[in-house]
Design a protein around this ligand. Sequence first.
Ligand code: FAD
Length: 390
Amino acid sequence: MDFALTEEQKLLKEGVRRIGRKYGLEYWREKDARHEFVHELWRELGENGYIGLAIPEEYGGAGLGLLEMAMVVEELAASGAGSTVAQLFMITPVFGGLTITLHGTEAQKKEYLPAIAAGKKDFCMALTEPNAGSNSLEITTFAEKDGDYYIINGQKIWITGVDVADRMLLVARTTKRDQGQRKTDGISLFIVDPKDPAITTTPIEKVGTHCLRSDTVFIENLRVHKDQLIGEEGKGWRALLDTLNAERVVTTAGLIGTGELAIRLAVEYAKERKVFGQTPIGAYQGIQFPLVRLRAELELAQLMNYKAAWLYDHKQPSGREANMAKLIAGEAAFGACDRAMQTMGGYGYAKEYHVERLWRDVRLFRIAPVSEEMILNFIAQHDLGLPRSY
Ligand SMILES: Cc1cc2nc3c(=O)[nH]c(=O)nc-3n(C[C@H](O)[C@H](O)[C@H](O)COP(=O)(O)OP(=O)(O)OC[C@H]3O[C@@H](n4cnc5c(N)ncnc54)[C@H](O)[C@@H]3O)c2cc1C
């Protein structure tokens, strides 16, 4: 077991930290206030090869893996971005890059991967539906075969980044749920154009993560050529699990970086702030101990996340590890932002001190992309072998 980073990983981390610092806390505060996409940062990450990290070299990427992507996301989150930056890496490098690398046809790889790696094509993913929620197998968006085309109808919700995306990874049924042999049969993945007139979107007002819009998406008679189907018709569930496991690892990386950043801000403040005489509040154990405990939890989650990423990159099952890491990181990162706010007293609640943005954004990741309850269900069933309650 080797815990040492390679020279390449060290350089990668240093390089992206420089970019992360350039687009630091103030940049994100302004973008959050204006509800604006971080175009400048994303462009620079593309130009420096970070978007195409896990895309094979023959398609213009760096040929690295999910482990390196996790390291990059951690660095960016910790440099000032907070957890929202993980969503940027989910929507294009994971939903687009990894899904097509692992399951796309040769023609799809040639068409999309070099453009993704160059930062010239952004993606989003439409899985969640108003009436299905966590129960993804209940989706009813349907793709009806029509010669060389599919005609797709349905509704999606919470689709993040759809307004800035060039393509959408659309999850639909090609067989109704009660007509397949297994409930996982009949799920198909399509690459579609979100700007097609058959697709309309409506933004949802939300608590945080304001640099990316999330929308309700209506799909009415969308015509998609069969060339845009990823993998075999009706056999998309396994491919989707690969995408979702990578999404968890990237989410967790963002959470770990955010927790680290929140603790750093709290510590800097606590060393300076004096309320009773000359003792800085950071000397009080009531201030120190909660931060220390959260620091320990974040480090443990990081180790587990690296393990999940390593397993993923070595084509081994990684769902158990990815879920466990996400569970602990979600709680610990939220705890870190909350304790940072508490440590800073009233200033923690002020926009100027940044922690309130981190706290608003990080809350999302206890619900999405998978809720804590669904992770607990997964571990209960797959790790402990307990029966399903639902
Ligand atoms: C800001 C934001 C961005 C998002 N971006 C995207 C995106 O880009 N693409 C996309 O496809 N989706 C996206 N989502 C959707 C996200 O993945 C879902 O919100 C999430 O999976 C939870 O589904 P739900 O909201 O329908 O909650 P529900 O499934 O309705 O669950 C509600 C509550 O019930 C609990 N619950 C449900 N079933 C069980 C059970 N069996 N046992 C115990 N508890 C249970 C859940 O844990 C949760 O606490 C986003 C969501 C948000 C809020």
